[in-house]
Design a protein around this ligand. Structure first.
Ligand code: ADP
Length: 216
């Protein structure tokens, strides 16, 4: 990635929240948000770009005319169909989306510079190297079978469609192994307690860094 990292001395701790689709990232993020932590949802931010005509024009130049509907709006299904079958096209699309997402995240961090830490939520943190741009990574983990079960209920999608979506991501176990903190989101597991514990650890890390900056 060509983006520059933020200057750690002037910014809150940067924390990525990741995990396989359906593991409970959104649910966990709401808990951090209710603790007052600013949360940036990369997918949501990127999704909004498609309402911007100049961005859409760039996408059209990459993927062809079928990505814009006659009314001028983005045909997200057409875009998904193209990039799902063409790894090169996906890479090119990501090359225009991801730097913009990271730039928007930098503005978000600037706007929340008084927070002890901020969260960047993205399922593809490891797949696209965002882990190298943050200080810590939290992974929400749930085994595949249970994720499929929850997603069948949430998205009303078939097992086959869900498995195809999962195949585009790193195995959840690999994400868990690489993360600094793991939240096990099994039903009945005390998720809130895990969030509060990690929140306290991150507050301590943030204070430690401030102290280091003071003495250095
Ligand atoms: P993600 O954002 O990682 O795709 P979500 O947070 O949307 O996952 O969670 C997937 C589904 O599982 C949602 O319908 C959510 O309400 C449900 N869910 C999340 N955590 C739990 C849990 N601990 N027990 C039962 N269901 C859960």
């Amino acid at each position: 990635m060509s983006q520059t990292t933020l200057n750690s001395q002037q910014h809150p701790l940067l924390v990525a929240l990741t995990g396989g689709i359906g593991c409970g990232k959104t649910t966990v993020l709401q808990e951090f948000s209710s603790l007052g932590i600013p949360c940036f949802v990369a997918d949501e931010v990127a999704g909004a770009y498609y309402a911007d005509p100049s961005f859409l024009h760039q996408v059209q130049s990459l993927l062809g005319p079928s990505v814009i509907r006659p009314d001028g709006s983005a045909d997200k299904q057409a875009i998904a169909a193209i990039v799902f079958h063409d790894a090169g096209a996906l890479k090119q699309l990501n090359a225009i989306v991801h730097p913009r997402v990271w730039a928007d995240f930098q503005h978000f961090v600037d706007a929340n510079s008084q927070a002890p830490y901020v969260i960047f939520e993205s399922a593809i943190t490891y797949e696209y190297g965002f882990d190298h741009l943050v200080d810590k990574v939290i992974c929400v983990y749930l085994e595949q079978e249970e994720r499929l079960h929850r997603l069948e209920l949430r998205d009303h999608a078939t097992r086959q469609q869900l498995l195809a979506r999962m195949q585009n991501q790193l195995p959840a176990e690999e994400k868990m192994m690489r993360a600094d903190y793991v939240i096990l989101n099994y039903e009945g597991n005390p998720r809130t307690r895990q969030v509060q514990y990690i929140h306290r650890l991150l507050l301590v890390s943030s204070i430690n860094r401030e102290l280091q900056n003071l003495v250095s």
